[in-house]
Design a protein around this ligand. Structure first.
Ligand code: HEM
Length: 357
C-alpha cells in the first residue's frame, strides 16, 4: 500500500500538502498515509479503505451535562491515540482503526471552535410514504478491526475512561457477511471511491475561512431494520431492479429512463451538472442483527466533505426523484436512527485537551 499511496499523493498536490504534516491528517485516514503505526505495523486509527474489516462497533454516546463531563471527554479524546495503542499492540498482525465524530449539539461547548459550516442535526426528509428520523448523538466512535475482541476491548477501555460523563445511546455490532454482502443479499460498497478519490470525496482540504475544518469530514449514520420475509418473497429480478445491480455477480444495471421508477444505485448518484462528474461519498455499511431476535439490519455510514451530498442522496431516496417515486429499498427497510457528526482532524482532536474551559 505504501507504493500506491506515494504514487497518488505525487499526483495530488493539495493532498500532498495536507499529509506533509501528520497531525493535519484526519484520524480515520492516518493509516492510509502510513503515518500512524506502531511497531509491527499495526494500525492505530481508522483508515478510509478499511471496509474489509470483519467486525465493527458503531458507538453513539450522549454527553451528560456539566463542566466535569466536558473536561473528562476533552481529556479522553485528546489522548485517544494512546488508548488505541494500548489495544492495538495486543495483536501486531491485526488492523485496528477508530474514527471519532462530534455531534452538532455539543460541538460549541466541547470544542470551543468555529462550527463546521454545514454541521446541523440530520433533517427530517418526508416523502409521501417514508421519512428519515433524526435521533440524538453527541459522540460517534466507529471502531473497526478484523478481530471482534479488539473492538470489544477498545470500547471497554474507552467507556471506562469516559465513565459517568456519557451515557450510551446506541452500540451496534456490525459483521462482514460473506463477500461483503448486506442482509438483503447484495454486495454492498462496490461503487465506493478508493485511494486519492476517496480522500477527495471525504476530506475537507481547502477551507480558508475556518482552517480547523481542514482534514475533517462530515459523517452520517443510520440504522436500518429489514423486513426479510417480504424482501425474500420478491423475485430476484425485482430485487435487482430495486438495487440497480445483479445479485449473484454484482453487475450494474442500466439506469431507468427519466421520470420512471429509479433504482437505489441511480437515486444515490449525484451528478455535478456543470462538470458532468459525480459527487461521491465513502461508505462502510455493515450488517448487524440476531436471527434469534428476528432482527436483520444494515448500519449505514457515509463520510463526505460536503454534507449536502449525503442529504441530497437521502432526499432522493425518501422523497423520490421524481418526487413520489421513492427508493423501493425503503419498502423493506426502516430507518430507526439518523445522526450527523463532524470528524475533526487528528490535530484538532489532540488539541482538545488544551482547551481553556
Ligand atoms: C438499507 C440501507 C442500505 C442498503 C442495504 C444499501 C445497499 C446498497 C447496495 C447493495 C449498493 C450497490 C453496490 C454499491 O455500489 O455499493 C448501494 C449503492 C450505493 N448506496 Fe446504498 N444502501 C443503503 C443505504 C444507503 C444510504 C442511506 C445512502 C446515502 C445516503 C446510500 C448511498 C449509496 C451510494 C452512493 C451507492 C453507490 C451508487 C453508485 O453506483 O454510484 N445507500 N447501496
Amino acid at each position: 500500500m505504501g507504493i500506491l499511496v506515494t504514487n497518488w499523493l505525487a499526483r495530488t498536490p493539495r493532498l500532498r500538502a495536507l499529509v506533509s504534516s501528520p497531525n493535519r491528517v484526519p484520524s480515520f485516514l492516518r493509516t492510509v498515509t502510513n503515518m500512524s503505526t506502531i511497531p509491527g505495523g499495526a494500525r492505530l486509527l481508522q483508515a478510509i479503505e478499511a471496509p474489509l474489516t470483519r467486525s465493527a462497533t458503531f458507538l453513539v454516546l450522549a454527553v451528560k451535562p456539566g463542566q466535569d463531563s466536558l473536561d473528562t471527554i476533552r481529556s479522553t479524546l485528546s489522548g485517544v491515540e494512546g488508548l488505541a495503542k494500548n489495544v492495538a499492540i495486543r495483536d501486531l498482525s491485526n488492523s485496528f482503526n477508530c474514527t471519532i465524530g462530534i455531534g452538532s449539539n455539543i460541538w460549541d461547548d466541547l470544542t470551543k471552535l468555529t462550527r463546521p459550516p454545514e454541521l446541523h442535526p440530520l433533517p427530517i426528509l418526508k416523502g409521501s410514504v417514508h421519512a428519515t428520523v433524526s435521533t440524538p448523538g453527541d459522540l460517534l466512535f466507529h471502531i473497526r478491526s478484523n478481530r471482534r475482541d479488539i473492538c470489544f476491548e477498545f470500547e471497554r477501555q474507552l467507556l471506562g475512561q469516559l465513565g459517568p460523563s456519557v451515557s450510551v445511546i446506541d452500540s451496534t455490532i456490525g459483521f462482514r457477511y460473506f463477500d461483503a454482502r448486506d442482509l438483503l443479499g447484495f454486495v454492498d460498497g462496490t461503487a465506493n471511491p478508493v485511494g486519492a478519490d476517496a480522500l477527495d470525496a471525504a476530506v475537507i482540504t481547502a477551507d480558508t475561512t475556518t482552517p480547523t475544518n481542514n482534514g475533517g469530514s462530515y459523517v452520517v449514520v443510520q440504522k436500518y431494520l429489514h423486513n426479510l420475509s417480504t424482501w425474500s418473497a420478491l423475485k430476484t429480478e425485482d430485487q435487482e431492479s430495486i438495487i440497480g445491480r445483479t445479485k449473484l455477480d454484482n453487475v450494474e444495471l442500466d439506469d431507468a429512463p427519466e421520470g420512471q421508477q429509479r433504482s437505489h444505485k441511480t437515486l444515490t448518484t449525484i451528478e455535478d451538472e456543470a462538470s458532468g462528474g459525480e459527487y461521491s461519498i465513502v461508505r462502510d455499511n455493515m450488517p448487524f442483527g440476531s436471527p434469534a431476535a428476528g432482527e436483520y439490519g444494515t448500519y449505514f455510514i457515509g463520510y463526505s466533505k460536503k454534507l449536502w451530498v449525503v442529504e441530497r442522496m437521502l432526499e432522493n431516496m425518501f422523497v423520490g426523484d421524481p418526487p413520489g417515486k421513492h427508493d423501493r429499498i425503503l419498502d423493506f427497510s426502516t430507518a430507526v436512527t439518523g445522526t450527523t457528526f463532524f470528524v475533526p482532524s487528528a490535530e484538532v482532536l489532540a488539541g482538545l485537551g488544551e482547551e481553556v474551559c
